[in-house]
Design a protein around this ligand. Structure first.
Ligand code: BGC
Length: 286
């Protein structure tokens, strides 16, 4: 495998080569919020790993279509699909369309999320609600529809040991409190126990539910935090491993969580954060 840079995104043909054993062959994967950032990275890897990949978005369908075209050109399978994950009717219509067109869904990556930051005294109910609706309720709605479909469809031992796999995109802020982002941190804390409770309830049915908690990853959501050398220097004081992450760091973990390689893993959060949750402020003091 030749990378385009040590930790930069690989091109789609390079990714196809990297996953030439196609661990997700014949599986259908839905990645929400996949037209940019971490979602895009995860979707590209899923497709390279052999999955028919549904690239969900709610705005900028042209960005989703460009990713689809790139994946297809490299020999992968992908389609874009529009839905606002915070709206029950749209989520149900999206799953119905996927089942109609692709037979079923095997993997859900609950990724769609956003920030609406404000100092706490100024935070409006609208800012609170907008973040909870997409980041938390959106994950609930998609997970519920995915579980319903896994149960309806029954096992497919020829493609995976599990009945289905759900990966919830959380954040280091499911454990690190985050002033100025009370709505966002609350949504991520909620994802933690939602994910664990789904995992506990659905394990007997062989449905696995895990989460990834990314640290600072270079994407549009946190552009201001790494866009200038000064900002990046500040950010690096929080990251013992000494570099800001890229979407690919998260995507590689997602492929493993979606594959049978992680079959005994459920209810776990993987912190993919360069050590951000290791209290780096204590490395010299305390
Ligand atoms: C947030 C980013 C932030 C990172 C680390 C993520 O969940 O979306 O804005 O840079 O956590 O603080």
């Amino acid at each position: 495998m030749t990378g385009t840079g040590t930790f930069n995104q690989y091109t789609q043909p390079e990714l196809m080569q990297h996953y030439d054993h196609r661990p997700l062959d014949k599986q259908v994967a839905l990645v929400t919020g996949a037209n940019s950032g971490i979602g895009e990275g995860v979707a590209r890897h899923m497709a390279a790993a052999g999955a028919m990949t549904l690239i969900n978005c709610v705005t900028h369908p042209e960005a989703a279509d460009a990713i689809v075209a790139d994946i297809r050109q490299a020999g992968g399978q992908a389609m874009s699909i529009m839905a606002d994950v915070s709206k029950e009717d749209q989520v149900q219509a999206m799953f119905a369309q996927i089942v109609k067109e692709h037979g079923t869904v095997d993997i859900l990556v609950n990724n769609a999320g956003w920030q609406k930051d404000a100092a706490f005294p100024e935070m409006t109910l609208q800012q609170w609600q907008a973040v909870i609706d997409v980041n938390l309720t959106g994950q609930f709605l998609c997970a519920r529809e995915a579980v319903r479909e896994f149960l309806r469809r029954g096992p497919r031992p020829e493609v995976s040991v599990a009945l289905g796999k759900i990966i919830c995109m959380s954040s280091v802020h499911q454990v690190i409190p985050w002033g100025g982002h009370v709505n966002y941190a609350s949504s991520k804390g909620g994802i933690k126990l939602m994910m664990e409770s789904i995992a506990q309830e659905m394990a007997p049915q062989k449905i696995r539910c895990n989460a990834i908690a990314p640290g600072a990853i270079k994407t549009p959501i946190n552009h201001a935090a790494w866009a200038t050398p000064d900002a990046e220097k500040d950010l690096l004081t929080l990251i013992p491993y000494g570099r800001v992450g890229v979407a690919q760091d998260i995507a590689r973990a997602a492929i493993w969580l979606a594959s049978d390689e992680s079959d005994y893993l459920t209810g776990t959060t993987m912190f993919v954060d360069g050590g951000m949750t290791l209290y780096p402020g204590f490395s010299q003091g305390g």
